[in-house]
Write a protein that binds this ligand. Structure first.
Ligand SMILES: Nc1ncnc2c1ncn2[C@@H]1O[C@H](COP(=O)(O)OP(=O)(O)OP(=O)(O)O)[C@@H](O)[C@H]1O
Ligand SMILES: [Mg+2]
Length: 381
């Protein structure tokens, strides 16, 4: 078991920079998820750790060892691909056993000499992994006769038997249909709890990332935007991009301006003033608020922003309302979507309502999407 570390890693493909000065450390036994849109550099980051690509600059460490010059096979890291890359002509059993048969291990009596594993040793490992993953009954089948979920488990078993230093998983659940996908997530998390090994998992699915991760690496255009726990990324996003990328339903963004009066800064939107903590220069800003920190009240509620209901989606535990802000000076914000709590179920399309925002959870962003002040640095209210 080992952690790993990237130090200022950059990967260029000719002129194109796929990974741009990325540094992060994965602790021993940690489950880290790399989250980003398609083409953001996620797979390239994994391939650099595995040694399947060589970085243009920077360093990769596995444990305390710099492995920049190590071949993939010498890094002792297992990678599971989206396609699973199973051998179609081999049974599940032989797919899992394959790497054990070709790989030699040090001899007990003389660690400088190598031997092949015995049949019994291999069999024991394959059956143990199959049991862990619940695929004992399918070991004699070939990949074509397996379901997507079973194939994915065979691929995982093949990684587990090698007893690697760390597991790298590149969207291993993306070929599963929605239903088994969420149970596969729970299984994978349980597997990690049992193995207590280092996992780096790549996905573009934010809810998958939020469920699985101890910590999240959020990447965009090859750059690392934030590295933190899901809770912190949700509550204290580094930028508007991160804020809009994580959390479901989406964060609500409202355009307004910061005004300063008698030394106290407020966010102003139509008739509404929301106090802004910390130092904030006057000018246009975007307020960001999680839908669950927004409440819908009757028309003309004091402190509320006037709005009209343009759509209602009944979700059961809560409703999703699509509102149009009608405050004078409010920028048109079609589809401001708000998860409404409490009495919101009474609202109908066309109703005039007011939107109230919990000022303690409001975030502010400048025109470039940078945070205007941080929750952490703001003085206590
Ligand atoms: N071998 C290569 N040669 C040239 N460009 C490459 C190569 N591999 C990746 N790229 C480019 O680097 C960028 C990042 O690719 P990467 O596969 O890491 O993205 P990704 O985040 O895994 O995307 P996806 O979610 O679609 O799998 C892409 O623009 C891709 O076209
Ligand atoms: Mg990829």
């Amino acid at each position: 078991m080992t952690g790993l570390r990237l130090e200022h890693v950059t990967k260029k493909f000719k002129e194109f920079t796929a990974v741009n000065d990325v540094s992060f450390e994965v602790k021993d036994g940690e489950f880290v998820v790399v989250l980003g849109a398609s083409g953001s550099g996620k797979s390239t980051i994994l391939r650099l750790i595995a040694g399947l690509e060589v970085q243009t600059s920077g360093h990769v460490y596995i444990g305390d060892m710099e492995v920049d010059d190590y071949e993939p096979r010498d890094r002792n890291i297992a990678m599971v691909f989206q396609s699973y890359a199973l051998y179609p002509h081999l049974t599940a059993y032989n797919n899992i056993a394959f790497a054990l048969r070709v790989r030699r291990v040090p001899r007990d009596d003389d660690p400088d000499r190598y031997r092949r594993r015995t049949r019994e040793e291999i069999d024991e490992r394959v059956r143990h992994a199959a049991e862990l993953l619940g695929i004992t009954d399918t070991l004699e089948k070939k990949p074509a006769a397996l379901s997507g979920g079973q194939r994915q488990r065979v691929a995982l078993a093949r990684a587990i038997v090698r007893d690697p230093e760390a597991f790298l998983l590149d969207e291993p659940l993306s070929n599963l249909d929605a239903k088994i996908r969420s149970s596969a997530r729970i299984e994978l998390k349980r597997l990690h709890d049992q193995l207590k090994q280092t996992f780096v998992f790549v996905t573009h699915d934010q809810s998958e990332a939020m469920t699985l991760a101890d910590r999240l690496v959020i990447v965009d255009h090859g750059r690392l935007l934030q590295y933190d726990t899901p809770e912190r990324v949700l509550r204290d996003p580094a930028s508007q991009f991160v804020a809009s990328f994580v959390g479901s339903p989406d964060m609500v963004f409202l355009e307004g301006a910061v005004e300063s009066r008698a030394g106290a800064a407020s966010f102003v939107l139509g008739p509404v003033r929301i106090p802004v903590r910390g130092e904030t220069a006057p000018g246009p800003v975007t307020l960001g608020i999680r839908p669950w920190d927004v409440s819908i009240g009757p028309e003309n509620a004091p402190g509320g922003i006037p709005a009209v209901v343009r759509g209602v989606e009944r979700l059961g535990s809560s409703d999703q309302l699509y509102l149009e802000l009608t405050a004078p000076g409010a920028a048109p914000a079609p589809g401001v979507s708000v998860r409404a709590m409490g009495r919101a179920y009474e609202n109908q399309v066309g109703d005039s309502v007011s939107v109230s925002i919990d000022p303690d959870h409001a975030l502010f962003f400048d025109k470039d999407g940078a945070r205007v002040h941080s929750l952490e640095t703001a003085p206590p209210a």
